[in-house]
Design a protein around this ligand. Structure first.
Ligand SMILES: Nc1nc2c(ncn2[C@@H]2O[C@H](COP(=O)(O)OP(=O)(O)OP(=O)(O)O)[C@@H](O)[C@H]2O)c(=O)[nH]1
Ligand SMILES: [Mg+2]
Length: 424
């Protein structure tokens, strides 16, 4: 287990491309907007290094095709382009081109990787802002037969005041029922260099194949790009707040001897983003530290998350003999700073939603959608977190007779609402 993040690049695992840069003073520059060529052949994004194979998009890994612009990998000029139309539009216009993508294709890719009898290592990436929602139990089971390292990503979002040791202990407990429970854990962030060093060292110290796996939007490609950048290579993989950005394996060589593969992630079917339009997804995939907002509530009050979902303190208020009145209960919401929160009476919640559904931000794709309520009853004293996939979590102390609920839009797969012990 690693407790220190400030790891310096190890001399022994210094990379060739680094040396090239210091010796010749050549700067790696993107010559045009679509050509991304490493200065050292065989290092960096080597997806197309074997020229006998059909050319692939270096942004998403999909094989190029020039016949159907509704399918990924489309380009009219395969010879000259490194990016397919979809990746080009995401990169330069931050625009999503809706294309047909199939869950089964992703599962097949992982199955094929896993079928090898060779020694390989997986890096299983989970998102600290959506811990329960970013786990794929079938994937944990599948990869558990090989070497696994757990990357707890987007640590930059977490309040700095929380001690790292506490987070490690928490993650260990979180995975205690999983077949990958004994894996090494590394805290990572693609936007904080301190948290990239340890991963670069880890990746460069291994000479067999390594695969970065995990649910879509956990930040797999962003992490590899951050490692490439730290290693003075071109961060050439396309990343985005949209789901299913990476579509096939992308082969990266940090040194000539080690092969690291980015892989596509299965879409987050239980995430609240699924019920909203992509132009609101910056509310769920963001870069600023999460905010703690404390509400002292009376029973019968609700808190709205924009126009998406609401939390209700249903009943169980404690009566104080001393003060002769009922005591309010504290609920601490951990959210994206930008998420508008609104307090209302629980009996008015549905009316409030119906009246404002076209005005609230972020709002649901289908404003006539129905809702489902998940109720949590308590009969003892604990400190818990209620996680709503995509919205963060609510921390509170429970007591006998306390009843709370979370109301979320009813989607095909359901929005994940789950309870964990509190971390903070
Ligand atoms: N705050 C924060 N955001 C991150 C981090 N890493 C990735 N993100 C954001 O998370 C979203 C998804 O990132 P990607 O790297 O495309 O995720 P992925 O796991 O490769 O997703 P797929 O290719 O769809 O499987 C983007 O909006 C990134 O900006 C991180 O370390 N911190
Ligand atoms: Mg990706």
């Amino acid at each position: 287990m690693k407790f220190s993040n400030k790891v310096k690049l190890d001399e022994n695992v210094q990379d060739k491309s680094l040396k090239v840069e210091t010796n010749s003073n050549t700067k790696i520059k993107q010559k045009s907007k679509v050509r991304l060529i490493e200065s050292t052949p065989g290092i960096g994004n080597t997806t197309n290094f074997n020229s006998n194979e059909p050319k692939k998009c270096i942004g998403c890994g999909k094989q190029f095709q020039n016949t159907n612009d509704k399918q990924p990998g489309f380009s009219l000029n395969i010879e000259k382009q490194d990016l397919c139309l979809r990746c080009f539009k995401i990169k330069y216009y931050n625009k999503l081109v809706e294309q047909e993508i199939n869950d089964q294709d992703f599962i097949n890719i992982i199955d094929e990787i896993n079928s090898t009898t060779k020694k390989i290592r997986y890096y299983y990436v989970v998102d600290i802002f959506d811990l329960p929602g970013s786990r794929l139990t079938w994937l944990e089971k599948l990869i558990s037969k090989k070497e696994v390292v757990i990357l707890v990503n987007k640590i930059d979002l977490f309040p700095k005041s929380v001690k790292k040791l506490k987070i490690f202990n928490y993650i260990n407990k979180f995975f205690e029922d999983s077949p990958i429970r004994n894996s090494k854990i590394i805290l990572t962030s693609s936007i904080k260099q301190d948290y990239v060093y340890s991963l670069v060292n880890e990746l460069k110290s291994v000479e067999y194949d390594q695969y970065i796996v995990g649910i879509s939007n956990a930040g797999k490609s962003s992490l590899i790009n951050a490692c490439l950048k730290l290693n003075k290579q071109i961060p050439s993989i396309i990343t985005s707040k949209y789901v299913n950005t990476t579509l096939d394996k992308i082969k990266i060589n940090f040194t000539e001897n080690n092969f690291v593969y980015d892989t596509p992630g299965l879409v987050k079917h239980n995430h609240i983003a699924i019920a909203t339009a992509p132009n609101y997804w910056y509310f769920f995939f963001f870069q600023k530290e999460i905010k703690q907002v404390t509400y002292q509530l009376n029973a019968g009050q609700s808190i709205f998350y924009g126009g998406l979902a609401w939390f209700t303190f249903e009943q169980g208020q404690v009566f104080s003999e001393k003060n002769g009145k009922e005591i309010k209960t504290n609920f601490h919401l951990y959210v994206n700073k930008q998420m508008p929160l609104h307090r209302t009476k629980a009996i008015n919640a549905q009316i409030y939603f119906k009246k404002n559904r076209h005005l609230l931000v972020p709002r649901l794709l289908n404003s006539d959608i129905t809702f489902e309520t998940k109720v949590f009853d308590y009969d003892s004293e604990r400190k818990v977190n209620l996680h709503i996939s995509g919205l963060g979590w609510i921390t509170f102390k429970t007591y006998k007779g306390l009843k709370v609920s979370v109301t979320v839009p009813k989607t095909e797969y359901g929005i994940k609402v789950s309870e964990l012990d509190a971390l903070i």
